[in-house]
Design a protein around this ligand. Structure first.
Ligand SMILES: [Mg+2]
Length: 332
């Protein structure tokens, strides 16, 4: 995989932009720098924006309110797709109308379940035909025990997502994947999963928003970027969350994004082709040169510098297996 180029602003080639939330639009309680203004410009230019999240604890309406509070313009529940909604879409396709489903989770799961005409129950004694598990901070041992009884009795097992951790204000805490792992370990049954990097969440989003040329934007290579590859959609990796330039440089195969940018302003500009000649890569006004095992970059444009450096790193890795260092390269 090499970096893709785009002669016009990225939003002009994509009628739907799907955005991961944490590390892309906000970080905790704060909007990511430049995100709100870039999203406003993309939206007013006619691009459909969809916000996708693996977090199943909140409803789409609650997530939309949070975005509105952060200053994101014109966002309603229809603009947010959660992994909880996507897993309910899967269950609604698999199960008869009115089927009983044991829910391990909160309102984020219960609301779409009711909308889909499925009946939520809380005990394995209610004879559920399926179990669905999504993150909620009130999930307790009793809930997990009911899930194991039901799955052992033959109920189909679904999970919104398998993120092992969830970021909290006090640090990293167990995510849905860790709790699902308990039920899987006890029952020996792995669930059907909707969230990134599995395809259902992005497929549900593309179907709901009727996108014909979608683009996925994310900060995590192993969920957002891999998830886009798994549905055959191009991706943009931004550096405002979990990934840094070195992680981009070290990425291999389907973990490599189609495009890279320091932040969401990368949606609004062309991505010029990178030309590589030996140890030198050029992109627009910038160049990256290999100096020992370190990439040195020059040029005024942050996006061009990043593209040149990442393309050079991938060429080194693919050509000779060399790992090169990009540390400090984002400083002007
Ligand atoms: Mg993220």
């Amino acid at each position: 995989m090499t970096l893709s180029s785009c002669p016009v602003p990225l939003v002009e080639q994509h009628d739907l932009v799907m955005l991961d939330l944490d590390g892309v639009v906000y970080r905790g309680a704060e909007p990511v720098p430049h995100a709100v203004a870039a999203l406003e410009q993309a939206r007013s230019g006619g691009t459909r924006l969809a916000y996708v999240t693996n977090n199943a604890s909140r409803t789409a309406a609650t997530a939309a309110e949070h975005l509105t509070d952060l200053g994101v313009p014109e966002v309603g529940p229809a603009d947010v797709v959660t992994a909880a909604q996507a897993v309910v879409d899967l269950m609604a396709a698999d199960l008869p109308h009115g089927a009983r489903v044991l829910v391990v989770g909160g309102p984020g799961l219960l609301e779409p379940l009711a909308e889909a005409g499925l009946q939520a129950v809380r005990s394995a004694d209610d004879d559920p035909v399926a179990v669905v598990q999504g993150f909620h901070p009130d999930v307790a041992w009793r809930d997990l025990a009911e899930a194991t009884y039901a799955v052992t009795a033959g109920a189909r097992f679904y999970a919104s997502n398998l993120d092992l951790t969830v970021p909290t204000a006090r640090g990293v805490a167990p995510g849905n994947g860790s709790l699902v792992g308990l039920v899987s370990t006890v029952t020996g049954v792995d669930p059907t999963v909707a969230g990134k990097p599995e395809p259902p969440l992005l497929r549900s989003t593309i179907a709901r928003c009727e996108g014909s040329t979608p683009l996925m934007v994310g900060d995590r290579l192993d969920t957002d970027i891999l998830g886009a590859a798994n549905v055959g959609v191009p991706s943009l990796a931004v550096l405002t969350g979990l990934s840094d330039p070195q992680m981009l440089a070290d990425a291999e195969g389907v973990l490599r994004p189609s495009f890279v940018a320091p932040d969401l302003r990368g949606l609004l500009v062309p991505h010029p082709e990178v030309t590589i000649d030996g140890d030198l890569a050029r992109c627009g006004s910038a160049e990256a040169r290999l100096d020992g095992d370190r990439v040195q970059v020059r040029g005024d444009d942050e996006l061009h510098r990043l593209r040149a450096a990442v393309a050079l790193a991938w060429a080194c890795r693919d050509g000779s297996g060399r790992r090169v260092r990009l540390d400090g390269m984002m400083a002007p």
